[in-house]
Design a protein around this ligand. Structure first.
Ligand SMILES: [Cu+2]
Length: 113
């Protein structure tokens, strides 16, 4: 009887955990835009974007610190405060990128459709 109760309770705990994750405000669907801001402080906004193949994405540094944009496996682009960098995405796929100076806090994704 005790075993049966434990087996019943476990799925409820998992469901509660999942509900907690969904409630953090992190958008499940990417934002359709070609503009990403390096907002104050140490973050990409929006973090996940969706663009059509062939589009160019522009990152603008609105922060007071130097940041970079490095798409996985590609060249690292340094972006000083107030400056921009643009990268063209010709092929479909999901491209993860980081600021190599603050890779722990600053990362994002470009989903090319
Ligand atoms: Cu940075």
């Amino acid at each position: 009887m005790r075993l049966a109760l434990a087996a019943f309770a476990a799925p409820i705990a998992v469901a509660l955990l999942m509900a907690g994750c969904g409630g953090t405000g992190e958008a499940a669907t990417p934002t359709a835009t070609t503009d990403v801001a390096m907002a104050k402080s140490y973050r990409f906004e929006p973090k996940r974007i969706a663009v059509d193949a062939g589009k160019t994405v522009t990152w603008k540094n609105d922060d007071n610190f130097t940041h970079t944009v490095q798409v996985d496996g590609q060249e690292d682009h340094k972006v000083e405060p107030g400056e921009k960098v643009s990268i063209a995405f010709d092929k479909g796929g999901t491209y993860h990128y980081v600021c190599t100076l603050h890779s722990k806090d600053m990362e994002g994704e470009v989903i090319v459709q």
